[in-house]
Design a protein around this ligand. Structure first.
Ligand code: URA
Length: 441
């Protein structure tokens, strides 16, 4: 086989076989296929696409490029959730203990905040003492004892993705649905999940800005999962506005504690219940979504999800005092209010600008080496649909540096819209996609 012939085949719209894709990925990781040939291939895929079967072959070849975590010794349905990333998206911190309290085992390997989106690892590390660098053995132990474990991605998982992602980043080929699908899916399956729920975010604060893009990715994830013989559900959810009322690391942990204690904002609670319910159905723990949601609601009510979270925090080295009394947790030294410029109804809080403002305060990074602060962020006091008076506080910014607080407030001034009429109610779950229901490729 020669790489050039396979590039030409894809350039001309042909479908690559399993062996051909393995040859390219294996050769690339070993240094036998050079960057310039893989860049050409990525561009050909960008324009010509891939069938779901080819995307499945690519996913498998990428998984084979590194280690896979063997969780066969861990009993229970191993089901995970992946979100394509958003602003105020703290669902994982509630969903994992809730799913565990319902009988799932959740092997969660998460990423860090970058750009305008938050990262689960940074949120968890804002709990004093919490460790997210579990080795594989400890990861298995925590999974066995708590039913869920949360850690960072090991360097040895899917090395092909690290190489290919860096190449895509500098060759204009990041936004390719098959390449994104294989990138996300290979990491999740290599980390030991048997079944997966994808939360495909859609809107200003998401990677996929339009409904069409989000749907194309959701269908690709569900169909490719099916071609791999795996159970996958993809749920398209609204990320045009932040989720919940807190954006920032420990601020978001505080909000998760509220939900786990049976309080907290309804949008976050509803979305978490829905995504967890899909996990339970995939794991065979409930017959349908409504039965699964009822079980989740009961586990929140009876305190078992909250206890499961506390057990995990202890097992991963965190100090639970900061959760039992959030005033003992990190708190930024300064606050600044954003006030309404006019009276009327709040119709939109643009998620993208909220993410940027939170990043500016230090809750995420614009470069990998930037520090991340646990205590900074934005507390949203009024949400879309609320009636507001001119001068009333809409948000409270928590920060360390007065100049950055001012800059973040200016960003948020442009992110909020007040109008004479109330907006329609927010629809959080836009579509739920199951490969079985989609018909043939
Ligand atoms: N996230 C990933 O992990 N991979 C992509 O290609 C895009 C987003």
């Amino acid at each position: 086989m020669r790489a050039v012939d396979l590039i030409v085949k894809k350039r001309d719209g042909g479908a690559l076989s399993r062996e051909e894709i393995e040859f390219l990925i294996d050769g690339y990781v070993r240094g036998q296929v050079p960057d310039y040939q893989l860049s050409s291939l990525a561009m050909a895929v960008f324009f010509r696409g891939m069938s779901f079967e080819e995307t499945g072959f690519l996913t498998r070849a990428m998984i084979a490029s590194g280690d896979s975590i063997d969780l066969s010794s861990v009993p229970g349905p191993l089901v995970d959730k992946h979100s394509t990333g958003g602003v105020g998206d703290k669902v994982s911190l509630v969903l994992a203990p809730l799913a565990a309290a319902c009988g799932c085992v959740v092997p969660m390997m998460s990423g860090r905040a970058l750009g305008h989106t938050g990262g689960t690892l940074d949120k968890l590390e804002s709990i004093p003492g919490y460790r997210t660098d579990l080795g594989v053995e400890r990861f298995r132990e925590v999974l066995r004892s708590c039913g869920f474990a949360m850690t960072g991605q090991s360097e040895r998982i899917v090395p092909a993705d690290r190489l290919l992602y860096a190449l895509r980043d500098v060759t204009g080929t990041v936004e390719s649905i098959p390449l994104i699908t294989a990138s996300i899916m290979s990491k999740k399956f290599a980390e030991g999940a048997q079944a997966l729920v994808f939360d495909v975010k859609c809107g200003s604060g998401a990677f996929m800005k339009s409904r069409e893009q989000a749907r194309a990715l959701a269908v690709s994830l569900a169909r490719t999962g099916a071609s791999l013989g795996r159970q996958v559900r993809a749920v398209i959810t609204d990320m045009d506005q932040p989720l919940g009322r807190m954006v920032g690391n420990f601020l978001e942990v505080r909000e998760c504690v509220e939900i786990l204690q049976g309080r907290g904002p309804e949008d976050l609670r509803q979305l978490t219940l829905r995504l967890t319910a899909h996990m339970l159905v995939l794991g065979g723990l409930a017959p349908d979504i409504s039965g699964a949601e009822a079980l989740c609601a009961q586990r929140l009510r009876d305190g078992s999800a909250w206890r499961s979270f506390l057990d995990n925090v202890k097992a991963q080295g965190g100090r639970t005092e900061a959760l039992l009394d959030p005033d003992q947790g990190p708190r930024a030294p300064r606050t600044l209010a954003l006030r309404a410029g006019a009276s009327g109804f709040l119709v939109r809080l643009e998620a993208y600008r909220f993410g940027l403002a939170s990043g500016l305060l230090g809750a995420s990074r614009s470069r990998k080496e930037d520090p991340v602060w646990p205590d900074v962020g934005i507390e949203i006091l009024k949400v879309a649909g609320d009636r507001v008076r001119e001068g009333e506080e809409l948000c409270l910014l928590h920060g360390r540096d007065p100049q950055r607080l001012e800059e973040a407030r200016s960003l948020l001034e442009a992110a909020v819209t007040v109008a004479g009429q109330a907006p329609p109610p927010r629809q959080l779950v836009l579509e739920e996609i199951d490969a079985d229901a989609l018909g043939k490729d």
